[in-house]
Design a protein around this ligand. Structure first.
Ligand code: FAD
Length: 540
């Protein structure tokens, strides 16, 4: 068993953990982050993609609204290449109470969120597919963010400052000596070996899994797992984030992200952050609500669906009446003052948009506990380098391919991922699965959902890594299964035809199901449960 020592061990490679490791490293602390899968494997890689202006919380949660606009402005400054400056609308549809819009404007003004009412004509010139029956439209500085890119950018910056980040290292249990947490025992999933990390402080940033981590040391962290389902439409039907101007409810936002538009989301309590169903009623509801914003959307082509789990801290059951009432803002749990257990803090809740602030508060407390006085600089120093110091633009990948004349080198035509990018992810990156390459390059995320690029990427993988053939076959099957996971719950129409075609390529022509090797690896995906298995009955 490997034994390693560090000052601070961070558990979880989502937005929170990667933000924390950067902050720790920038303050000169010796730190290691362990993530059980790839970076952004958890909620961070399954979220809606919205860089909140705070407008969504302006009426109900002024503190969250103020945090969002403050962090929105900081993230635009420090990591513009991870953000698209789409802007956002809050619109009053015929189904929304007209009075809410005045409360909304007052809330925005109080939280210092820039808000401006624009005419419906102006709105329709910018977004012609929006419902012409919308009666009011307010512009706010919402944006969209690429959480995969942001997690990697934070980790690269942390490494440049001396931190270590280990993916595919799963914490099995915390190490306890008396009333002190002294590290964690991890399983290196790739090499199948145990690693013990001894640390002066442990930071539990495992999101919806934080309660499970704490429980291994007998600590209770009540997490309410609030599942949200999102539906990605085949086209980017809006270029602006469009929110309903009403109290938060299911299906009230459409987010344009890269080449698609994503309708979201629901909020359903689930018991397990890893195993849950995407229910047919959720998809229907998203399409129906989306149709109120963009008439006709419910009959358009659905690309795929996915779901993530909100790590909602549940202070006490008496405080809440429904999932949406649980406080969205983050919570730092100091297990020394809370449970008499020295050596660990848990950061839980919050939003992607506020991850940097959550990291700052966590590291402030860690420094206090370790007795070092070092101030945060993550809001001052840019993560983007000089070349990438601009917002992401939708047209940028196409412009790059045209500049470099690499049309003939495209591995993934839908997402314009070139051979050079895929090779770099395989050779220089940390990809352990084809799905990790997807997170690095957007391989397989477009219209054909991997139909044409999967076999090419797997070919390059085999050529460059030279694993035994059986391993390559399993890597292929794992990725096909992962794509199938998000297609299956919503398969219909054109996408069904596309998938039938993919099936003929992989199962009929390449015989992928019967090639030598295991059916799936332990790094493969966990499929969504079927409706029946989830035990829920919905009458709709
Ligand atoms: C449906 C939905 C939509 C959302 N939309 C938005 C949005 O549009 N804008 C916004 O700002 N916020 C949004 N959020 C909130 C935001 O996504 C989350 O608050 C944020 O991503 C949480 O990040 P995290 O790092 O705390 O958790 P996670 O990203 O879940 O990271 C925790 C990590 O811990 C790892 N882990 C778990 N167990 C172990 C173990 N034993 N050992 C090692 N590692 C382990 C997991 O693999 C995971 O990668 C949304 C959330 C949901 C659910």
């Amino acid at each position: 068993m490997r034994q390693v020592e560090t000052q601070v061990l961070v558990i979880g490679g989502g937005a929170t953990g990667t933000g924390i490791i950067r902050d720790l490293a920038m303050r000169g602390l010796d730190a290691i982050l362990v993530e059980k899968r790839d970076l952004a494997h958890g909620t961070t890689g399954r979220y809606h993609g919205l860089l909140h202006s705070g407008g969504r919380y302006a009426v109900k949660d002024p503190q969250a609204a103020a945090e969002c606009i403050q962090e929105n402005q900081i993230l635009r400054r420090i990591m513009p290449h991870c953000i698209e400056d789409t802007g956002g609308f809050f619109v009053t549809t015929p189904w929304d109470a007209p009075d809410y819009s005045d409360e909304f404007v007052a809330g925005c003004q109080q939280a210092h969120i820039p808000v401006e009412e624009i005419s419906i004509g102006h709105m329709l010139r910018q977004e012609p597919f929006l419902n012409p029956k919308i009666s009011r439209c307010f512009r706010v500085p919402d944006g969209t963010a690429d959480s995969f890119l942001a997690a990697r950018a934070n980790v690269e910056s942390a490494r440049q400052h001396g931190a270590q980040v280990w993916t595919y290292h799963q914490v099995i249990n915390l190490l306890k000596q008396g009333d002190r947490i002294v590290g964690a025992r991890c399983h290196d999933l790739v090499n199948d070996e145990q690693v013990t990390v001894h640390a002066q402080m442990v930071v539990n940033a495992a999101g919806a899994w934080a309660g499970l981590i704490a429980a291994t040391a007998g600590l209770q962290v009540p997490v309410r797992c609030g599942k949200g389902t999102m539906v990605a439409m085949h086209h980017r039907l809006v270029g602006t984030v469009v929110n309903r101007c009403r109290p938060s409810a299911d299906g009230d936002v459409i987010v344009p992200t890269h080449t698609v538009a994503v309708i979201g989301t629901t909020d359903e309590k689930v018991d397990d952050p890893e195993r849950f169903a995407v229910e047919p009623w959720e998809i229907r509801l998203m399409l129906e609500e989306g149709d109120r914003l963009v008439p006709g959307i419910k009959d358009m082509r659905v690309l795929r669906v996915w779901a993530g789990v909100r790590p909602l801290y549940e202070a006490s059951p008496a405080e809440t009446t429904s999932d949406r009432d649980v406080r969205r803002s983050h919570m730092l749990l100091d297990h020394e003052t809370r449970d008499g257990m020295v050596g660990m803090v848990t950061m839980i809740g919050g939003k992607w948009t506020t991850y940097r602030l959550m990291a700052q508060e966590t590291v402030d407390r860690v420094c206090e506990k370790l007795g070092c006085d070092r101030t945060c600089r993550t809001h001052l120093e840019s993560i983007s380098d000089a070349e990438s110091a601009y917002y992401h633009r939708l047209a940028a990948p196409l412009a790059r391919v045209e500049d470099e004349a690499t049309y003939s080198q495209l591995v993934c035509e839908c997402e314009l991922a070139t051979r050079e990018q895929i090779e770099r992810a395989i050779v220089e990156g940390e990809a352990r699965t084809i799905d990790d390459i997807r997170r690095d390059t957007r391989l397989g995320m477009g219209t054909c959902q991997g139909g044409f690029c999967t076999y090419r990427a797997v070919g390059l993988w085999h050529q460059l890594r030279r694993p035994p053939v059986a391993e390559t076959n399993v890597a292929l099957r794992d990725f096909l299964q992962e794509r199938w996971k998000g297609l299956l719950p919503a398969l219909a129409g054109q996408q069904m035809r596309q998938e039938r075609f993919n099936e003929m390529i992989y199962l009929n022509l390449l015989n992928a199901d019967h090639l030598v090797g295991e059916q799936a690896s332990r790094l493969g995906c966990v499929m969504y449960e079927t409706e029946a298995a989830s035990g829920e009955v919905h009458e709709d």
